[in-house]
Design a protein around this ligand. Structure first.
Ligand code: URA
Ligand code: SF4
Length: 264
């Protein structure tokens, strides 16, 4: 290990130790975090604005594996800052073909529900916003049927850049990107996570699943209730499955002590 890596490794161990002691926050300026990117040279001092080739997600301390809930967010690490890091991220090859990064959007603070999809498609890549294409229209209807406005929930994806041709993101792309989602979840602290489709579930739980079997099965992610259901794009191809998806969404409402509008 070179001296620089050794230094980071020592700092990492020290901070893990402090975390075990109960320390949950570490204030770091954006500049400091940029300097801490592993692939940056130690000198010279950073210029403003920070250079575009910066960010392997290195959020190990902003994302605590809290046993009680969504984890602790680093003070000063905001959703906007995560989005800014994502915007210059080159941690996986998807950065080469993306037009816009799609960090996610919605209610930033304790929403009832966080929906997590797979990754941006063509429309999302154009607009830099999640679920704005055909699948997004169906997701909007699902959200409305549950009695929510789109801005009352949070919507994000496992990868923040579009996989070419809408292919499924590769395991290494998901692994590179997941720290951003983890950091977002720790900040947003949703009451419930709805994982839309196989890739979202696999990205979060890091194990292979069969979505037709696994959907509707409650599990947890970082202490937050997680329900897998079908991806709206799949529902557009297989409308016969919409009943199962709706029963999943009703289970989400029941867990929140709510009923669908019009059924009061
Ligand atoms: N499909 C996804 O998984 N995410 C989006 O943002 C759009 C379509
Ligand atoms: Fe970075 Fe994620 Fe985009 Fe890959 S998909 S370049 S890890 S933001």
């Amino acid at each position: 290990m070179n001296p620089r890596d050794q230094f980071f490794s020592n700092v990492q161990k020290f901070l893990e130790y402090k975390k075990e002691e109960g320390f949950q926050t570490l204030e770091l300026s954006v500049e400091t975090r940029m300097l801490l990117q592993p692939d940056r040279k130690a000198a010279p001092a950073p210029q403003r604005p920070a250079p575009a080739r910066a960010a392997k997600p290195r959020l190990a301390f902003s994302v605590s594996e809290s046993k009680q809930g969504g984890g602790a967010a680093v003070a000063g690490q905001t959703l906007e800052e995560i989005a800014a890091q994502v915007a210059v991220c080159t941690a996986c090859p998807l950065c080469k073909t993306r037009k816009k990064t799609v960090p996610g959007e919605g209610h930033p603070n304790g929403p009832d529900i966080l929906f997590i999809g797979e990754g941006p498609g063509a429309d999302e890549d154009e607009q830099g916003r999640p679920f704005v294409g055909a699948a997004g229209k169906l997701l909007d209807k699902m959200i409305a049927a549950m009695g929510y406005k789109r801005e009352e929930v949070f919507i994000a994806n496992v990868v923040k850049c579009r996989p070419p041709g809408n292919r499924v993101p590769l395991p290494e792309e998901m692994a590179a990107c997941i720290p951003y989602l983890k950091a977002q979840i720790a900040l947003i602290r949703p009451k419930i996570i709805v994982a839309l489709g196989k890739t979202a579930v696999e990205g979060l739980l890091n194990k292979p699943v069969t979505i037709t079997r696994f959907r509707g099965t409650w599990c947890t992610y970082e202490g937050i209730a997680l329900l897998p259901t079908y991806h709206p794009a799949y529902l557009l191809r297989s409308p016969g499955r919409k009943g199962e998806a709706w029963s999943d969404l009703k289970a989400v409402l029941a867990k929140l002590d709510k009923v669908p509008p019009g059924k009061k």
